[in-house]
Design a protein around this ligand. Sequence first.
Ligand code: URA
Length: 182
Amino acid sequence: MNLSTIAREIRVCTRCNLHKGRQRTVPGEGPSWARVMLVGEAPGREEDIHGRPFVGRSGRMLDEILKKAGLGRDDLFITSVVKCRPPKNRVPRRSEWETCIQAHLRRQIDVIDPTIICLLGGVATKALLGKYRLSEQRGRVFRRERRSFFPTYHPAGAGRNRSWYRAFSEDMDKLHSLAQSK
Ligand code: URA
């Protein structure tokens, strides 16, 4: 099993209803040797058009803050808990993310075997860590199954709120140090 095989399976996936409205699937991108994975919520309009993660407005916010923290996209694997755009960008439902994680994200994690999984926003934090209070949990490291899980705000939230922007920037600085210490 490798990342291209998983991406091919995602492209033809019809396990949940999200496939009905998609233009393209967004499996994620980055090297299979990445030590750090970033996991967002769901593709939006631009991602659905291009089939690439975080290329719309929240992607520009993400790039800006990653760059300030000295992190480059090329060293990270970036994806989301669901690989198809929900209608009108609604929040993905539990049944959708459970199905998608089990079918695809779990296997991506197994192949990449990252040391740190950075969870972007409340949905990813709930889905992968079972934690529900992001404002309390962000910026903290949770050890699970030999990995570090690191929840933080979603870049879209950071774009809307100054204090989340500051917190998200601090968290990306911390992510950079964590990545170097592993
Ligand atoms: N937001 C996400 O959570 N994922 C994307 O790929 C794009 C926007």
